[in-house]
Ligand binder design. Sequence first.
Ligand SMILES: [Zn+2]
Length: 472
Amino acid sequence: MILRNTIAGQLVLLLLIYGRHTLLSSAKTVANEQMSLALPEPRAYLPDAQNLDFVYHDHEELTRFLRATSARYPNLTALYSIGKSIQGRDLWVMVVSSSPYEHMVGKPDVKYVGNIHGNEPVGREMLLHLIQYFVSSYNTDQYVKWLLDNTRIHILPTMNPDGYAVSKEGTCDGGQGRYNARGFDLNRNFPDYFKQNNKRGQPETDAVKDWISKIQFVLSGSLHGGALVASYPYDNTPNSRICRSSALCAMFQTYSAAPSLTPDDDVFKHLSLVYARNHAKMSRGVACKSATPAFENGITNGAAWYPLTGGMQDFNYVWYGCMEITLEISCCKFPPAYELKKYWEDNQLSLIKFLAEAHRGVQGFVFDPAGMPIERASIKIKGRDVGFQTTKYGEFWRILLPGYYKAEVFAEGYAPREVEFVIVEQHPTLLNVTLQASKYIVGSIGNAAARKPKKERKQRHLLNDELPMPNE
Ligand SMILES: [Zn+2]
C-alpha cells in the first residue's frame, strides 16, 4: 500500500474502470512538473573543456571520464556495465537522473545508444557531452532539472568499443571498424520480426538484449553516422530484397523501396520530426552527397531507405514496445575532431527534446480489485497491434499523439477490459485501470490468458530464433 500512497500523491486519477462500462473523460491537468511543454527551452551550452574537451576519447579516457563524473555527481549519476565486448571492454551505461540508483515509480526510463557501428563515433562523443551537460546544468537550467527529476536517462556511449579501437579518424566511408571484433555487424544481429536471422548472437548484442529485457524503456535513440536523417521502424519488410552493399542499396533506391510502416507510424514520424526540427539542419533534408538521397523534412522510414534484417530499432519496438529510432547525425562517419564542437551545437537541443517526448501520451497503472499492482498485464492500443506489458509496479506508458483511443487490457486470471481515453497535446493522460478477477477458472474459454494478443505469442516464439544478415 506504500505504492498506492505514493501514486496517490503523484497522480491525478483519471479513470477507474469497473464492470463492462467504459468511461470517456477529458484529460485533466497534472502537476506542473509534468508539463514539459510550458518550460523554457534548454539553454545553449558548451561543456567545460577542463572536464571534457572536443576530441575523441579512447576507451580508457571514456572510462575515466565516466568514473570521474559519477564520483563528482553521486546524486545525479550511476555508472554500471551491461557486459563486455569480445576484447573485454566494458559496455558502460551512465544513468543520469535525480534518482540514479532507483527506478522512480510512475516515471519513465529512456535510453540512448551510441557507436553500435564502431567507425561512427560522433554519437559516442555527443553522448559524453550530453552527460556533462546534464550534470553541470541541473541546478541552473529549469528544463534539465525537470527532465532529470521526471525521467531516468540511461546512456550507453559505445556499444562497439572494439570496432572503435580499429577505426580511423577522418575516414568518412567504408567498413573498417564498423563490425565487432569477430566481424559481425551488431545492427544486423538482433532477432527479426519479418525474417529469420541466423547470425550468431554476439556478446555486445546479448548484453543489450538482456538490458532491454530488464528495464522497460519507453523511448530510445540509436546514434549513427554516414547520413543526416532520423530513420524510424520498420527497417525490415516482409517482401523486400535485401541489398548487400551500399552500391546495391543505392541502386535499389532508384527503384524506390516500399516503406514498411508500423501501426504507430504517426508517433514514429512525430518523434523523428522532433529530432530533425530541433537539429540545426537535419530537417532541411539536404543530401549529404549528390549520389545519396535527400530526405524530406530530414526523416525516413527505415525500409523505404533500404531494408535490413536484424536491426536494433525493430527489435526494441516489436519485442518490448520501446519506441526506438535511428539517428544519423553526420554525413562523414568519422569526421576530424575539430568538427565535434559544431556537431554538438547542431545536436544538443535535439538530444534533449527528443527524450522529453517520453512524457507524451498515456501512462498509468493496472491494479487488482484490492489496489495491488498487476505485473505483466498486457495492454494493446486498438488499431496498434503491438502489445506491451506492465512493470512489476503495474506501470505502463505509451507515447501517443492527441486523439481518442481505446486500450485493451489483459492479465491472466482477470477479466479483460476495454478502456477509452483522450490524449491532449499539453500533458500526458493518466489512466489507471482496475481489473476484476475472471469468473472463469484458468484454462476455460474466455479467461484472460486465452485472449492474449496474437502478436505477443509470436514475439515470444521469435525470441528463440536467432538470426542473420547483410552488410550495410
Ligand atoms: Zn551505422
